[in-house]
Design a protein around this ligand. Structure first.
Ligand SMILES: [Zn+2]
Length: 255
């Protein structure tokens, strides 16, 4: 495909790094091209016009020019700064988790990205606005797994295919979902999952966000669901991407 010399993207800045004397290397998630790296020349100079727009979590419109190695930022306009994500340490940690999860699960130059871009932007907005980010995070994890092709089986046993009944079950990260008591009992690596936790996991998987928001989870169920999602995400990341420390580190940050 012929590459145009200059193109426009809508993006969320996932992270940035210093590059050379005064430049900044940006890792972006774009609506148009998925994950993308770009160079902002002179972004670290004190009075750089572009610098303020290129902080992590910021949603921007960028004009990019084809560079020798990486695209160069020639123009940056902030669409949404999500300021509460910078003002509140818990929100900062949660937003960091959200962008890192996406960063670890995606590769550059993947094509389909509109759904993931929208999910990312909506999730950052929810975390910025809501007092308790718990639901926004769990909903994001579930939807991201969907978008990436790792949707967990929650309605039929991931092993034998039997319909899952409303009793306590098991969850197996390696089998990709819930197991019936017959398949899960005594299986190494299978977690027990309560009826209550399973009910909400299913709810998050098939409901809109406003519907999911109506969930009123008991403290124990919140912990159970979080631990279960972390176990599944950790399993996928370790297997596929060799980043074993990532989730544990973030969990440590969020305590
Ligand atoms: Zn089974």
């Amino acid at each position: 495909m012929h590459e145009p010399r200059s193109f426009r993207v809508e993006a969320v800045v996932l992270r940035h790094a210093e590059w050379g004397e005064a430049d900044r290397l940006l890792t972006l998630y774009t609506r148009e091209r998925g994950k993308l790296r770009a160079l902002a020349k002179g972004a670290r100079k004190v009075r750089s016009r572009k610098a303020g727009h290129l902080e992590p979590f910021t949603r921007v419109t960028l004009q990019l020019a084809k560079g020798r190695d990486l695209p160069l930022v020639t123009q940056a306009d902030t669409r949404q700064a999500y300021l509460p994500l910078r003002a509140d340490l818990v929100k900062t940690a949660v937003a960091s988790y959200v962008v890192e999860l996406l960063d670890r699960f995606t590769y550059e130059e993947e094509s389909e990205s509109t759904a993931i871009f929208r999910l990312l932007a909506e999730t950052l907005e929810r975390i910025a606005q809501e007092a308790d980010p718990y639901l926004a995070i769990r909903y994001y994890e579930m939807r991201l797994l969907d978008a990436l092709g790792f949707r967990p089986h929650l309605f039929e046993c991931a092993n034998c295919g039997e319909k899952i009944l409303p009793v306590d079950q098991y969850f197996s990260p390696s089998q990709g979902g819930v197991l019936c008591p017959r398949c899960g009992s005594g299986l190494p690596g299978a977690w027990e999952v309560s009826v209550e936790a399973l009910k909400y996991l299913r709810h998050f998987q098939r409901s809109s966000y406003p519907e999911a928001q109506r969930a009123r989870l008991a403290a124990g169920t919140r912990k159970e669901i979080e631990a279960l999602m972390q176990a599944y995400l950790t399993y996928l990341l370790e297997r596929g991407l060799n980043t074993p420390e990532f989730i544990r580190r973030i969990q440590g940050d969020m305590k």
